[in-house]
Design a protein around this ligand. Structure first.
Ligand SMILES: Nc1ncnc2c1ncn2[C@@H]1O[C@H](COP(=O)(O)OP(=O)(O)OP(=O)(O)O)[C@@H](O)[C@H]1O
Length: 256
């Protein structure tokens, strides 16, 4: 795979703890290719959230560079952010008294979609997530699964090449989990790149092409699911959760 659409180069982000600076993440570099799903896996406090925020302009990294389809995120945040869709999910983020379509049209304007492209962009996003038939319903009538699909549609209204998905199946029943996983696969197959964070190892196992094991603010290993299993020293037919458990202690040791 050579079509790089996103690049993080030596990202470090410091925080202050009892007046002392420490690296929450240190020198993290990776690339994302079109059509690929990547995922960061690590224990609580490993630095996943800090990393995701630092590469999506929610936090300015202490040092390092981020390129979104060739655009420098730190120098040109507005231009770079237009190329990304960021999906946090959960119960918040919509006007419950308005319809799904009205919500998406509003958020399309917020992210700077041109007026003439709003109707078609929203319709396309609704189609992708399979909500066209219920687009005129108020969001208050949506189930959790529908709401999660609407969150994903919101992330798609500006036609981004890169989608960041944070815990996309949290709190959903198994049927909705499966439908979200199918949706994520379909979106990636449209030559987009997806950065997935999840504590759900089966989500990651079913979706990620490449996994980054992160601990103490650093990447310890990068590879396919099979390669992670090999690295962890578990059998090929073991689950990703088994592989993770085999390396969890190693990842918990702070190294920065
Ligand atoms: N605003 C902050 N100020 C100071 N320290 C912080 C801040 N946010 C995070 N940290 C610290 O930075 C480190 C990385 O935290 P981060 O939230 O990025 O980890 P995480 O991998 O996302 O954890 P989790 O899986 O629990 O969400 C932790 O030691 C955390 O306590």
């Amino acid at each position: 795979m050579t079509n790089t659409i996103f690049k993080a180069d030596n990202i470090t982000r410091d925080y202050k703890d009892k007046k002392k600076l420490f690296h929450a993440i240190k020198n993290i570099s990776f690339e994302l290719h079109a059509g690929e799903v990547i995922s960061f896996v690590g224990p609580n406090g490993a630095g996943k959230t800090t990393l995701i925020k630092s590469i999506s302009n929610y936090l300015v990294p202490t040092s390092g560079q981020v390129e979104v389809e060739g655009v420098d995120l730190i120098k040109y945040p507005r231009k770079a952010r237009k190329k990304m869709g960021i999906v946090f999910g959960g119960d918040r983020g919509f006007y419950y008294g308005a319809t799904a379509r009205e919500n998406l049209e509003f958020f399309a304007r917020v992210v700077g979609v041109k007026e003439r492209n709003i109707k078609s962009g929203v319709q396309e996003a609704l189609k992708t997530v399979n909500l066209v038939d219920v687009a005129e319903k108020k969001v208050s009538a949506y189930s959790k699964g529908m709401l999660q699909r609407l969150h994903i549609a919101r992330g798609l209204v500006n036609h981004p090449k890169i989608l960041m998905l944070d815990e996309p199946t949290a709190g959903l029943d198994i049927e909705s989990v499966i439908s979200i996983r199918q949706l994520v696969k379909r979106i990636a197959s449209e030559k987009r790149g997806i950065i997935l964070t999840s504590h759900n190892m089966s989500d990651i196992e079913s979706l990620a092409d490449r996994i980054f094991l992160i601990g103490g603010g650093m990447i310890h290993f990068e590879g396919s699911i099979q390669e992670v299993k090999k690295f962890a020293g578990v059998e090929n037919n073991a689950s990703l959760a088994d592989a993770y458990l085999a390396v969890a202690d190693q990842l918990k040791r702070r190294q920065v």
